[in-house]
Design a protein around this ligand. Sequence first.
Ligand code: DP6
Length: 325
Amino acid sequence: MKATAIAPSNIALTKYWGKKDEELRLPENGSISMCLSNLLTTTTVEFSSKYEKDSVKINGEVEEGEESRVIEHLDRIRQLAKISLRAKVVSNNNFPSGTGLSSSASGFAALTLACAKAAGLNLSEKELSILARQGSGSACRSIPDGFVEWLDGKTSETSFAKTIFPESHWNIVDVVAIVSEQRKDIGSTKGMSEARSSLFMPVRVQSMRAKNKLLKKLIKERNFKEFGELIEAEALEFHSVVFTQIPPIIYWTPNTVKLMKLVQIWRKAGLDVYFTINTGQDIHLIIEQKNIDKLTKLLKQVPEIKEIIINYPGQGTRLTTKHLF
Ligand code: DP6
């Protein structure tokens, strides 16, 4: 059986960094995100007796490291479906991988739905989110639509993501500014395995519950200024943990910092725009829809920016009949 799914990447408005259970991918804290309408992974999975072994192609290439993680995920689903058939997996992203745009979130979300369907399983959104989480933590937040919360559960059954507001709730825009397509040296999984070595981590974990509660209130009230201030401060707090881990990691490049400085200058000049950054050099600029033209005009004047991708709050993971093979 063959199935194809399309999944969005998501931007963490509060970040997941550090696991209380590495194996199950249970995070140190809950997090809140928004699905991104234009950063998409499409994945086709076919289980068949004609395949002697699993094969995985991502963006036209077989990626060794990723492949084993994908195969582990196939095994999880085979076990659930009680099948032993081998699979062919083909997956394409419409955006650069490994630059901080969360291709593992969209990748494992698309893989989870396509794989479950191809294996004949009919899973609920919660079950899909729990499964996706075990492939890559942030992938659990790409399953539901719109604005999403990954609940801070203590067990696998209670650690899943759900919609807190639909995508139509708020007209905000995430403009991704790509400053380089170079892949980061240290992926998130490896990076966050040392989170606890930062002196700041215990303080951070203690404050996350209150921060997530406040963020939900600000999204509910559509209070853009306080929302923007909170998510920008959160991104800087998260990177402060990353800088102070042992060994420290610096994901930013000079162009990332240039953009951060420009955001501050533009804000002083009256444009309400905020940034957030994950593990990579590319930066997300968050703005209200009414100001998008002003921002894109400014961004066109920054020669370091290679490309921008405009995203609205988006749908979660869904099936399509347009198979990749
Ligand atoms: C900085 O979900 O990629 O983007 O569970 O090990 O696959 P693994 O990590 P991953 O980490 C994402 C980290 C982040 C913050 C976030 O998306 O919440």
